[in-house]
Design a protein around this ligand. Sequence first.
Ligand SMILES: [Zn+2]
Length: 75
Amino acid sequence: MAKTKAATSSCSFCGKSKEHFKMLVSGLAASICNECIDRCNKLIRDARQRQAAASTSNKSTNDGKKKGKNKARKK
Ligand SMILES: [Zn+2]
């Protein structure tokens, strides 16, 4: 199998070229720079915090409907 190298050396998400970021992670069809990875990490963290906040505030109202969906999560 021939190695398929990503033709682009720019980020597929923000469009910056390699002079503007430190690192580029290349996938099969897209590449992402370290700055976009940082942004994604923040988004994921925010989303998790929002989910956690929502699940604690909705606990009493949805208690009856969500039977069996209470997974024992350690985190
Ligand atoms: Zn980027």
